[in-house]
Design a protein around this ligand. Structure first.
Ligand code: MG
Length: 305
């Protein structure tokens, strides 16, 4: 199997021609939510159907937390605390340095959230997350239930007041999200094509205005084959996203530069390693990685981990 699909010549400068996609571990059911802890040399990721968080250290994988309340997306806040989207509790939680769990968001307008999916923390400490219904449509990744909110939206939690604001209500299944390097743009994927043939398979972008108001800038990229479940940016602002055939890399103007081909369907990616030049890839049952010629975006402000 080829390692890459080169679409634009500039992609060659981002990758190492002879590097390989390495399978580090297998044995999960549906892996997501990788977050790299540079200070611990550790990657934490979710195995949602198996209700556990796993940890990879030196390529050896052990259980980090089980049960995990069907944890999905993970990130760390400005103080290094783990922030987790949980399908089972239908909430976003923070793990304090003591190990205690704090619920950050559980309801909006008196109604329970669906099943928070992916989360990023901005440099001002605000927490932004998506809330599609994948965790409540069956008992596979959570507990089957009706949506109380009746739609799938994107929310922002204010770090000072803990007020929860709905910032996007025009998506079918909002999923992955990340900020541009200067945090002026919020990218959010819509994986609506997962359940509806005509549903959206794309990433949209939004200008972040004052007071956290978003200005819709339209579709950033159509991901084919889908789905853009989760993504991260590199140090140049290129966006590396999951796709049906591996990892796709898009330039800041939305041009598809190339692909890293992965033998299983990819869900999420995270930059890590001591030099942040290693891309960790969660893909269905397995954790993969590949070394790149560039580094991930700095950990603070935009990378979400
Ligand atoms: Mg996701």
């Amino acid at each position: 199997m080829d390692t890459y699909r080169i679409v634009e010549d500039s992609f060659r400068s981002l990758v190492i021609s002879h590097a390989q996609v390495e399978r580090l571990w297998t044995g999960g059911r549906w892996l997501e939510g990788p977050v790299y802890w540079a200070d611990a040399g550790m990657l934490v990721f979710s195995d949602i159907p198996n209700d556990r968080l796993l940890r990879a250290v030196d390529d050896s994988v052990t259980v980090f937390r089980s049960p995990s309340r069907h944890a999905n997306g993970n990130t760390r806040d400005r103080e290094g605390r783990l922030v987790t989207c949980e399908h089972g509790s239908r909430s976003v939680t923070r793990t304090e340095h003591t190990g205690a769990a704090t619920t950050l968001a559980h309801r909006y307008a008196e109604k329970r959230l669906n099943s928070p999916n992916d989360v990023v923390v901005r440099s001002d400490g605000s927490i932004w997350f998506t809330d599609p219904d994948y965790g409540i449509t069956s008992d596979y990744e959570g507990d089957r239930a009706e949506s109380e909110i009746g739609g799938c939206h994107v929310y922002r939690l204010d770090p000072e007041t803990s007020a929860l604001t709905r910032v996007i209500d025009t998506m079918v299944k909002p999923n992955g999200l990340a900020f541009s390097l200067d945090e002026s743009i919020l990218y959010v994927s819509d994986t609506g094509s997962s359940h509806e043939p005509d549903g959206p398979p794309h990433i949209r972008k939004f200008q972040v205005q004052a007071d956290a108001v978003l200005d819709d800038l339209g579709v950033f990229a159509v991901v084919d084959p889908p789905a853009s479940d989760g993504f991260r940016l590199d140090e140049y602002g290129n966006l590396w996203t999951s796709a049906g055939d591996g990892v796709h890399c898009y330039a800041p103007d939305g041009t598809l530069l190339g692909k890293v081909l992965v033998p299983e369907r990819v869900s999420n990616v995270a930059f890590g390693g001591p030099r942040r030049n290693r891309l960790f890839i969660t893909a269905t049952t397995s954790l993969y990685s590949i070394y790149l010629a560039i580094r991930g975006a700095p950990a603070t402000g935009c990378a979400g981990d």
